[in-house]
Design a protein. Structure first.
Length: 112
């Protein structure tokens, strides 16, 4: 499994175990997000500290997660971005749309 889910009282944390978030695994991330959302969880944190690269398929999966959470009146937060992933998000100007924190602890505080 490329994505580990930790369910908390008011939110879920998805931890990526992949080095590259791309076409080969973005659909698995989307499926994981949909399963969490179907369980009536509207607050999701995705921790990408193990991920060093993200292509357009990965960005699409992250945007889908953001939209699902917002449509459920929840929060979506990205955390643990390395420099390459952060740069891709900034080039696509998604840092204006997505909530991003430096650490998982900051993300958890923001949701609570």
């Amino acid at each position: 499994m490329n994505f580990k889910v930790l369910n908390k009282a008011d939110y879920s944390i998805i931890s990526s175990a992949v080095d590259k978030l791309n076409l080969s695994n973005a659909s698995e991330l989307k499926s994981t997000i949909l399963e969490i959302n179907k369980a009536n969880v509207s607050n999701i944190i995705i921790d990408l500290k193990a991920t060093s690269y993200c292509d357009s398929s990965g960005l699409s999966a992250l945007l889908s997660a953001n939209r699902l959470c917002k449509n459920s009146n929840g929060q979506f937060i990205l955390t643990g971005l390395n420099a390459n992933v952060k740069k891709m998000i900034e080039i696509a100007q998604l840092h204006r749309v997505l909530s991003i924190t430096e650490t998982l602890e900051e993300a958890e505080q923001e949701i609570q």
